[in-house]
Design a protein. Sequence first.
Length: 353
Amino acid sequence: MESQNHYYGHSRAFAHYLGEDRPRHIAGLVQHGWTALSPVTTHFRDFPWLASPTYRGPNRLLVWSHRSRAWDPASSAPTTAVGAPFAYEAVSRGLENGPRGEGAVILPVHGIETQAISGDHHAAARRWFDSEGPSTVSIYWSDARDERLVDAYREAGHRCVTLGARTDPDFLARLVGLIASSARVVSNRLSTPVVYAAWLGRSVGVYGDPMLLDSEDQSALERLERKWPELYGYETDDDAARAVATDELGAGDLLAPDALRRALGWERRRVAPFARHWTTSPVERALVNVRRRSAPAPAAPKPVGGEQKPAPVSSGIDLAWLRAATSYLPRPLGGARASSSQPIELDGSAPAA
């Protein structure tokens, strides 16, 4: 149904694991990234009726894990734990217990189309060069359009790559390959790829300036470190980090093929999810985007000095909002196997949208 089920190649990873020829539409909503809060109130918040006690439809809320420290499934709407698509893709490729590769991969915290990140990337790039040596820096697609940001890492001596837009079905395959080929994965904030890397048995480190997203509060970052201390610092205990990551991803409880098919609604061919994906789901998503657009923006956090900067005045069409809104439009799903598992080199030219 909803297009977010196919973000990052997640439906493709399920299809690959199940030996399907191509991804299929899922009867429900799939958690599409690691979250420090409940996936029901974050990833599924746009469709609250699916979490309503009175909902009796066929669609399920499919989460990664019921063992995560982030939330209590017992106090939430009913959900089905299926495990992270990343884990299924790694298992399909026989990489879950593979030997470490070489070198460090750095994934700086990133903004999104409608929420920018504030921080000194030049300073971060230099610090990581001093502590990690020349590394591969994977820059999120929307940030990769900013040539000055990319240059900050390139000029510090790093190789710069990207994995594609979140709508690129090869995204997850590239990320699995990138992490599996490394010895170590580093970020300045606890994030989904760090959890992936810890589960794959790579050394992980979370340190440096975590930077701030627009309207973000520092207390949220402090909560992350208190909640998941095993993943923080320059050096971490590999076994402890992997145990935490296994619980967060649900990787110790991956479903057998028949059970996964039932959870996804793939045990038999169904017309309804396909029809909804191309008809009613885009309408539902359009209404969600209009509601978001009309909602008042949260106040920006005050700088250290106490002076509140005025919010920018919007005029005309908000192109960032428009790009984000159109990213939810349905697309053909392609085949079950990725056409590329190699990251996209950033050679100085801005990537296409």
